[in-house]
Design a protein. Structure first.
Length: 689
C-alpha cells in the first residue's frame, strides 16, 4: 500500500454501500427511471460503490394486473435502457427492480447495472401468494434457473438465481442479490450466496407496512448478516406506491455482522438515501477463523462450484472520501446506555459465578487478596464480596491485605483500608519494605546502599514479594488467592512473571479490559450492588491515577504513571480488540484509531464516560503507541500469557488464555506487523524505526 493512499477507506478494505428509496410513480416507468437516476447521481457524488433500490421500483410494486400489460413492460425495457445509458459516468453499481419478460414468462427481477452495462438479471425465487400477496398470478419463480442468459433493454446478460457479482479491481466487492420474500423463507437464497463467497447480501423489497413489521425486517436483516458473516443491505418501497389496499414506509437499512450501520427515515414523503462503509476485509477475516462457515459450505456441496460470477471493472476512487460509519473509541464498552447496563450486569455476574464455581471446587475456607486501592484489586475484591454473599459465606472469610512498599501513596493506602472496612472483610497490613530491602541487599542492589536506583529489579522485588506473601498466607490460612490482573495488562505484559502479580489461584479479571473496569465499578455504584459507604469509597478510587506505585515520586511530587510509561490504555484497548478479535493489519488499526481519536468530538464513546475519554490523538501519536503495542504483544510478553492461571472469558472481543482464544509462540517477532504499518503510514506520521 502506498503511503499517499493511507487515508482512503477503500485501501483498508471498505466498500461504500447505499440504499435508495425513491418516490414511486404508479405504473410510470419513465418517471421511475428519472427518480432512480437522480438518486444514483446523489449516491455517486457521495462516493457510493453499490446502490440498492426497492423491488419493482421501475414499474411500481402494487400495480396488480398492470404487470401483464405489454405497453407497461415495453416501457420498463425503455426505462432500463435509459438507466443503463445514464449510468455510464456514475461510480455505483445499481440494483434496480423490474418486471422482466423471458421465454413466455414474466419474472420479478433485480437488474444489476454498471457504467452502461447490464451485468446480470436475478429473478425472485420465493413468490408470496398468501394473505395480501398474489405474486404467482403475475410472476414465475426463478427457482432452478441456472446458466441462462437474457436479452433485455438492448443487451444480452446472464440470467438466473445462480449469479454473484464481483469487481475485478476492488478486493472484497463481491455481492449477491435476493428479493423481498426470499429472506422470509426458511432457507434464503442469500445463505447459499454467502457460502459461495458473497460478502455483501442485497435485498430489493417492496414489503408493505403493518404494525410491528419494521422490527421483524430489522431482525431478519441483522440475523442474516450475522449467520452469513456478511453485510446485509435492505431497501423497501416507500411513498408513491399505490395505497388501494396497502401502505408503505420505505424502510432501508444496512447491517454488518448483526450490527446496524445505517437506517433510513421511515414514512418520509421525500426520497431517501443512506450510505455506510462496509468492512469487507473484516468479514473475510471472520470467515477464515469461523470454521463452521466452511463446514456449512461443505454440507451444501460448496455452492461456489455452482454459482456463476459476473465480473466487472469498477474503477474505484482511492482518494480520501472519509469514513461513513461510526468507529467506537472503546470497543470493549458499549456506546448505548441500555447495552452498557446489560453488559455490566453480565460481566459482573460472569466474574462472580465463575469465582463461586472455582472456589467451591477447592478445599479452601478463605479468599486471599491483595488490596492496593487501585481499580483492578477493587474490582476483584467486590466480585469476591458478592460471591460470598451468594454462597452464604461471611465476608470476613475474605482476607484482604494491603502491602505498602517504597512508593505506596497515602491516598491509595487509605482507600484500600476504607474499602476493606466498608465491605466488612478481614483486613490486615504487611509492610513489605523490610523484606524487600533484605532481598535487594542480598542481591547487592545499589538501592540497599542508599542509591536512588529504581530499575526493573527494584520494581519486581516488590511485586514478587506481594504475591509470594499472598500464596504463603493462603497456605497458612487455608486460603485461595484471587488474582487482580486484567486483560489489558496481559496484552502488554505489564505484569510481573512467575510469583508476581501475574499469578494467582484464579484470575477473575483476566478477561476484563481496563477501559471496561472503570464503567463496571460505576455500574455497581449506580445499581446499588453495595451500601452507600462502599459506593462512596468506590467513587474515590475511580478518581485515582493508574499507577503500580513501585517507584517513589520524583522531585516535583509526580507519581509513577503507568500510562506515561506504556501509553494510554484507551488506545491499547482499541489496538488489542482489533488485533485479537479480527486480526486486522496494523495500518488499518491505525486508520480506524485516527478516525476514532483525531479530535475530541470524533468517534463514538458511551454517554457519561470520564472526561479523559474525550482526549484526542494525532496519527503520529497513534502510530507511536501502536508500535509499542505491537512489540509488547507479539514479541516480549507472550511467554507470560503462556503460563497464566485460569480465569473466565468475558468479552466476545477475545481472551488471552493459551487454553482459549489465543495460542501463540513465546519467541515470535513483531517485524512483519511493524513493517506493514511503516510501509502504509504517510511520512509525517511514521514512528521512529
Amino acid at each position: 500500500m502506498a503511503s499517499e493512499s493511507f487515508f482512503s477507506a477503500r485501501r483498508h478494505g471498505f466498500v461504500r454501500v447505499g440504499v435508495a428509496t425513491p418516490r414511486v410513480a404508479v405504473a410510470d416507468p419513465a418517471r421511475n427511471a428519472a427518480a432512480a437516476i437522480e438518486l444514483a447521481e446523489r449516491a455517486a457524488s457521495g462516493g457510493a460503490d453499490l446502490l440498492i433500490f426497492p423491488e419493482l421500483n421501475v414499474s411500481g410494486y402494487a400495480i396488480d394486473d398492470l404487470h401483464l400489460q405489454e405497453a407497461l413492460l415495453d416501457g420498463v425495457e425503455q426505462a432500463l435502457a435509459e438507466i443503463a445509458e445514464r449510468s455510464r459516468d456514475l461510480s455505483p453499481v445499481l440494483l434496480v427492480g423490474a418486471p422482466v419478460r423471458r421465454n413466455g414468462r414474466l419474472y420479478n427481477c433485480a437488474v444489476a447495472i454498471a457504467r452502461g452495462a447490464i451485468l446480470g438479471v436475478v429473478p425472485k425465487t420465493f413468490l408470496p401468494n398468501y394473505r395480501e400477496y398474489y405474486e404467482k398470478r403475475w410472476f414465475a419463480s426463478g427457482a432452478g434457473l441456472t446458466g441462462l442468459s437474457i436479452d433485455v433493454a438492448g443487451q444480452t446478460a446472464p440470467f438466473g438465481a445462480d449469479l454473484l457479482f464481483e469487481a475485478t479491481d476492488l478486493p472484497g466487492f463481491r455481492f449477491h442479490v435476493e428479493l423481498c420474500e426470499d429472506y422470509w423463507a426458511p432457507a434464503p437464497p442469500s445463505t447459499r450466496g454467502a457460502l459461495a463467497g458473497a460478502l455483501i447480501l442485497c435485498n430489493l423489497s417492496a414489503s408493505n407496512i403493518t404494525v410491528g413489521k419494521a422490527e421483524d425486517r430489522s431482525l431478519l436483516s441483522a440475523v442474516q448478516s450475522m449467520r452469513c458473516v456478511a453485510a446485509y443491505a435492505y431497501s423497501a418501497a416507500g411513498a408513491g406506491e399505490s395505497t388501494t389496499d396497502l401502505a408503505w414506509d420505505g424502510q432501508g437499512s444496512i447491517h454488518e455482522l448483526g450490527e446496524l450501520l445505517a437506517q433510513s427515515e421511515r414514512f418520509s414523503t421525500e426520497p431517501q438515501l443512506i450510505m455506510a462503509d462496509v468492512d469487507v476485509e473484516r468479514l473475510r477475516l471472520e470467515r477464515m477463523r469461523f470454521g463452521t462457515f466452511n463446514d456449512a459450505a461443505a454440507l451444501e456441496g460448496h455452492p461456489e462450484t455452482t454459482f456463476r460470477t459476473a465480473r466487472f471493472e469498477h474503477r474505484p476512487d482511492f482518494s480520501d472520501q472519509g469514513l461513513v460509519r461510526a468507529v467506537r473509541r472503546f470497543p470493549y464498552v458499549p456506546d448505548a446506555a441500555s447495552r452498557l447496563d446489560q453488559d455490566c450486569y453480565e460481566t459482573f455476574n460472569i466474574q462472580v459465578h465463575a469465582l463461586i464455581q472455582r472456589f467451591k471446587a477447592t478445599s479452601g475456607q478463605t479468599m486471599v487478596i491483595g488490596v492496593s486501592g487501585g481499580l483492578d484489586s477493587t474490582q476483584a475484591l467486590i466480585v469476591a464480596a458478592k460471591a460470598c454473599d451468594l454462597i452464604g459465606l461471611p465476608r470476613s472469610s475474605i482476607l484482604g491485605f494491603t502491602m505498602p512498599g517504597f512508593a505506596t501513596g497515602e491516598e491509595t493506602k487509605r482507600n484500600a483500608w476504607r474499602l476493606m472496612r466498608a465491605l466488612g472483610v478481614t483486613a490486615e497490613e504487611i509492610d513489605i519494605r523490610p523484606a524487600a530491602l533484605q532481598m535487594l541487599a542480598d542481591m547487592g542492589h545499589p538501592f540497599a546502599r542508599g542509591e536512588k536506583v529504581y530499575d526493573i529489579a527494584f520494581e519486581n522485588v516488590q511485586a514478587g514479594l506481594r504475591t509470594d506473601y499472598l500464596f504463603r498466607l493462603a497456605n497458612q490460612r487455608r486460603g485461595f488467592v484471587i488474582g487482580t490482573g486484567d486483560l489489558s495488562e496481559l496484552a502488554l505484559g505489564w505484569c510481573t512473571y512467575g510469583v508476581g502479580d501475574q499469578m494467582s489461584h484464579y484470575a477473575v479479571n483476566s478477561g476484563l479490559a481496563k477501559t471496561l473496569i472503570q464503567y463496571l465499578i460505576r455500574w455497581t455504584v449506580s445499581t446499588k450492588q453495595f451500601d452507600d459507604e462502599t459506593s462512596s469509597v468506590l467513587e474515590a478510587i475511580l478518581d485515582t491515577e493508574i499507577s503500580p506505585e513501585l517507584v517513589p515520586a520524583d522531585e516535583s511530587g509526580a507519581i509513577q504513571s503507568t500510562q506515561g510509561k506504556i501509553g494510554p490504555y484507551e488506545l491499547h484497548d482499541f489496538f488489542l480488540f482489533h488485533t485479537l478479535r479480527y486480526g486486522l493489519p496494523p495500518s488499518k488499526i491505525a486508520f480506524l484509531a485516527w478516525h476514532a481519536w483525531r479530535d475530541a468530538s470524533a468517534g463514538a464513546w458511551p454517554t457519561g464516560f470520564p472526561a479523559a475519554a474525550k482526549n484526542a490523538y494525532d496519527l503520529a501519536t497513534i502510530a507511536k503507541w501502536l508500535e509499542a503495542f505491537l512489540r509488547r504483544f507479539f514479541e516480549t510478553s507472550q511467554f507470560k500469557r503462556s503460563a497464566i492461571p485460569n480465569g473466565p472469558k468475558i468479552s466476545s472481543g477475545g481472551a488471552l488464555s493459551p487454553r482459549g482464544d489465543w495460542r501463540a509462540p513465546s519467541d515470535s517477532r513483531a517485524d512483519a506487523w511493524l513493517a506493514e504499518l511503516r510501509a502504509a503510514l504517510p511520512p509525517e506520521a511514521s514512528a521512529p524505526g
